[in-house]
Design a protein around this ligand. Structure first.
Ligand SMILES: [Zn+2]
Length: 315
């Protein structure tokens, strides 16, 4: 059996999985992500790999990290959340674990996992949105990741949705992730509950009558119970996501569009508005064959599975 290890470096935890050639996760390991400590992160990755390795024969290690990864998949050129700049992650991890290593952007490993074993399986071209704190993007065209000349393509979250709109962490104004991320959902619900508490009675009850403490989980629960403000918050992010999906469908014509990330647990209260606004935005094009919008199926394991599979094929 061919075994590889996938590691996902997130903002709060470093998660890893021992993965077989069918994308099955046989074991997992977890460490907290040390804040502002580059060598600490590499130590955590090394510990995860060694714990999973045990007595197994491992072919290679794939590492997914949030940030801009170089075209040769060796270096994290910039990772704002991890304070990394030109970090030679591949060589450092390879030296520590004495195995071939490949590094890839976190959203790219997620779509690769979904492409090979999840919701995008069977489609040669697909687009993935990870909707969480921000919005990550991944694009597969004809069974290949769209990485661009410098390795940093498919930054869907930083495509402009609103000219001169809200300021984004990337320095631009009006990026999609300022309108359609989990943070935007919460902001929209809190503002809605303050402006019209009568329409947020279910939501406010769940939040202990404190609009500023409203969480994503409470918005989901309230929306499922028919709370108007919670549903409007989902419609708000669904509008921007649906319009973005329509634009990418015009550009790429994928077989499927996958919505992933924590927010997708909301199910139809999120997916229905995305699909509605997507169809509306396509206008006459919607009468032609177009990609379906589907929820991801691998959940939080997509990154680990995708990183492990990339390592098998690329090292
Ligand atoms: Zn941005």
């Amino acid at each position: 059996m061919s075994l590889t290890i996938g590691v996902d470096i997130g903002g709060t935890k470093v998660g890893g999985g021992l993965v077989d050639e069918d994308g099955k996760v046989l074991a997992t390991a977890l460490r907290p992500t040390p804040a502002d400590d580059t060598s600490g992160v590499i130590r955590a990755v090394t510990e995860v790999v060694e714990e999973l390795r045990g007595d197994h024969e491992i072919e290679a290690v794939g590492v997914g990290a949030a940030g801009w990864i170089s075209a040769d998949r060796s270096t994290v050129m910039l990772a704002p959340n991890l304070s990394w700049k030109d970090e030679p992650l591949r060589d450092k991890v390879a030296a520590a674990v004495d195995l071939p290593v490949v590094v890839e952007n976190d959203a790219n490993v997620a779509i690769w996992g979904e492409h090979r074993f999840g919701a995008a399986k069977g489609f040669r071209s697909s687009v993935l949105y990870t909707v969480g704190t921000g919005i990550g993007g991944g694009i597969v065209v004809k069974d290949n990741l769209l990485r661009g000349t410098h390795g940093v393509a498919a930054e869907i979250g930083h495509m402009r949705s609103v000219p001169d709109g809200r300021v984004c962490g990337c320095g631009r104004k009006g990026c999609l992730e300022q309108y359609a991320s989990g943070g935007s959902l919460t902001q929209s619900a809190r503002e809605g509950a303050k402006a019209d508490p009568g329409k947020a009675s279910i939501l406010l009850k769940l939040a202990g009558d404190d609009p500023d403490s409203i969480t994503g989980r409470e918005i989901t629960e309230a929306a499922k119970q028919g709370d108007e403000v919670a549903l409007a918050a989902f419609d708000f992010i669904g509008y921007y996501l649906g319009n973005s999906v329509a634009d990418l469908v015009q550009l790429i014509d994928p077989g499927v569009v996958i919505i992933a990330g924590g927010v997708v647990d909301a199910g139809s209260v999120l997916l229905d508005p995305i699909r509605k606004h997507y169809t509306d935005a396509l206008a006459k094009r919607a009468a032609l064959p177009v990609a379906e919008v589907k929820a991801a199926t691998l959940g939080s394991k997509a990154g680990v599975i995708g990183a492990a599979d990339l390592a098998r094929h690329l090292t």
